[in-house]
Design a protein around this ligand. Structure first.
Ligand code: CA
Length: 249
């Protein structure tokens, strides 16, 4: 049955996000949302109150962080257990499932609270079904490109470093860094504006047992600058602090 739902799914857009849980106590809205999403190829489950949602999301089970859904549409005001509490619980369990929050409240404070608690998007009632579907598609697309919130990303101006992927982009383009250059840059980016002496860098990057001299650091800094600076002879990212060492920015 699940296979059929995937087969009906249009390619590229919904191929990964196809199971949606709609939590909404107003029957008319719940049915309309569910049917609009089914028309789009989603496999939809509905819950009319917070307690049912809690059970479906397995949040009543202490041990599990699993989630059977790829997207949760969550009404804020619900009987028994409200949307904000559900959202908070999901995130406390480290569950990264995308959450689109629905609310009749248009106030800035509620929207901010929802987003702070870990909702990914927020839609105020009344909304058009077309807009809801568009938001769901956008969330699916973000998931597909792997931009999950847990992805660590360090940014300094136009330098972006992805520690888990050992990848760096400079002005939007992939930079091809050696492992030493990568570790140097990561150290700088984790401590912006901190000055590092050559000896400290040797110890951090090459290790305490490294036998060699601090010129090694200068050579690697030069190579790193050639890859990240617009003009390596006038560095603006990895700058020299005369008499002390180097720092970022
Ligand atoms: Ca409600």
């Amino acid at each position: 049955m699940a296979t059929d739902a995937i087969a009906q799914t249009p390619p590229f857009i919904l191929s990964r996000t196809n199971r949606v849980l709609v939590v909404e106590d107003e029957e008319l809205i719940r049915d309309m949302v569910a049917s609009a999403l089914r028309d789009e190829g989603y496999e939809v489950t509905t819950a009319a109150d917070g307690a049912t949602a809690l059970r479906l999301l397995q949040l009543n089970m202490a041990a599990t962080t699993d989630c059977d859904y790829d997207l949760v549409i969550l009404d804020l005001m619900l009987p028994q257990f409200n949307g904000l509490d559900l959202c908070r619980l999901l995130r406390q369990r480290q569950n990264p499932v995308p959450i689109l929050m629905l609310s009749a409240k248009a106030s800035e404070a509620d929207r901010v609270t929802g987003l702070e608690l870990g909702a990914d998007d927020y839609l105020t009632k009344p909304f058009s079904l077309r807009e809801l579907v568009a938001r769901c598609r956008a969330m699916a697309r973000r998931m597909q490109f792997g931009q999950v919130p847990s992805q660590e990303r360090l940014q300094y101006e136009e330098l972006v470093l992805y520690p888990q992927e050992c990848r760096v982009t400079v002005r939007g383009e992939e930079a091809n860094l050696s492992p030493k250059e990568f570790r140097l840059l990561e150290l700088f980016m984790r401590h912006p504006r901190r000055v590092w002496s050559r000896e400290q860098l040797l110890e951090k990057i090459w290790g305490i047992d490294f036998i060699g001299d601090s010129k090694t650091v200068d050579v690697h800094i030069r190579w790193l600058r050639e890859k990240v600076e617009v003009d390596p002879s006038k560095p603006v990212y990895i700058v020299t602090i005369r008499g002390f060492g180097y720092r970022l920015g």
